[in-house]
Every structure is written in structure tokens, then in C-alpha cells.
Design a protein around this ligand. Sequence first.
Ligand code: 6PG
Length: 233
Amino acid sequence: MLKIFPEKLEASYYAVSLFLDTCRKAIEERGKCTIALTGGSSPDKLYSLLAEDKDKLDWSKLYIFWGDERMVPFNHPDNNAAMAYEKLLNHVPVNPEQVFRMHHEPDPETAAVAYQKQVTDVLGEENPRFDLILLGMGDDGHTASLFPGTRALAVNHRWVVANYVEAKDAWRITFTYPLINRARQVVFLVFGEKKAPVLHEVLNSEEKKYPVQHVEAEQVAWILDKAAAGKQH
Ligand code: 6PG
């Protein structure tokens, strides 16, 4: 499914309705909803609108993870979880024991192994299926921290890995394709003209040049603004 909106704000309102519908359905069917939030700046409006709509969801039934994280402390401006707390989680009645931040200590690989255990403790070892995974897309076609040319792209025996990103000279922790592609619903939030050239190729070319093109989940929704959608119609 692909929806194009004039601006990021309208797109974010639509993303709120999709988020709420997906969560309510999961809670109805399975008594809980498991979600992985995305980092980056694209979800900021979605998060603050969800906080405004907080009475529309039973937040106590949500189990909240992140699809990737930078190896910086929580109080660092680049920390993905910090933005989600500021815009959303500090304003809604989630159960803190059901919110799982990726940590960067003592080292990326140890932290990745620990996070994978938290994922499988909640979703099971054999077939961990998130109800909803929010994802962004970089203007190089990366998603989560699955960057072009990095080792995590080829990992299929782990759900969560540490990934060294040469282009950023930085370590990340990220979900792998096997985990992302098990999700019941993936929602991409892609805004801004910088994304248009790669997004046009991603949505129209058979050749899978970019990491984001290997996301296949059960349901994939693309929520775009006109600037990112460019020539797409
Ligand atoms: C991260 C994100 C990353 C992000 C894209 C888009 O940690 O950087 O998870 O995958 O979604 O880079 O970032 P923007 O939303 O800021 O454009």
C-alpha cells in the first residue's frame, strides 16, 4: 500500500490512524501489541500526534522496542530512543517494564546479544513476529541500520546484530531482515525531496540495489509526502 500526502503533517495524521488500527487489532486478537519504533526525524510528528491521541489506545498492552540505535548514551542528541520518549513515551501510560531501549554498553555486540534476548523473551525464540515495525529510509536507501555495503545485510542467523557502518565510522545495533520480514505490518515513513531520487528507483525498479528493497513483510505500507514521492503517482 502506498499513500502520498501534500505534507508531512497530513501523512503523519494518516500514520496515526494506521498505528492505532494495527495496535487495536493486535490487542483484540492476541491481547497485546508488539511494536518496533524507528529512529531518525521522520516519525517526530507521528509520535507527538499519538501523544495527543493518547486516550484512543490501551497503552498498557503495548510492548515497545526499537528497530535500531546509535551507540550513544540516552542523553546524546542522536539517540533514537530519547526522541521517542520526548515526543511520545513520556506522555502516554505505557508500562515501563514493557519498553525496551537498545543500550550501547559494554560494547555493540554484547548489547546486540542482550537485546535479541529481550526480543525473544517477549516474542518467542522460533518465530518472533512484531505486530508493527515503523521504518524510515535514508537517502542512500538504508533502513533501520541496514546500510549499503555493511555486514548486517547478509546476516540471516540472528534477529538483532551489531553493525559497523564505515560511511559513518560508527557502530549501530539493528534488526536484521529475518526479523523485520516476519512482521505482520511494516510502515515506512519517508518525507522530503532528498529521498525522491532513491525512492523513485526503490518503488519502480526491478533491480534491488538498496537495502530497503529487501524488506518484504506480510503487509508493507509506504506513507510519503509529495516531496519524497516526486514523480511517483
Ligand atoms: C537511524 C534510523 C534510520 C532512519 C533513516 C531516515 O537510526 O538513523 O533508524 O534508519 O530511519 O536514516 O532518517 P530521517 O527520518 O531522519 O530522514
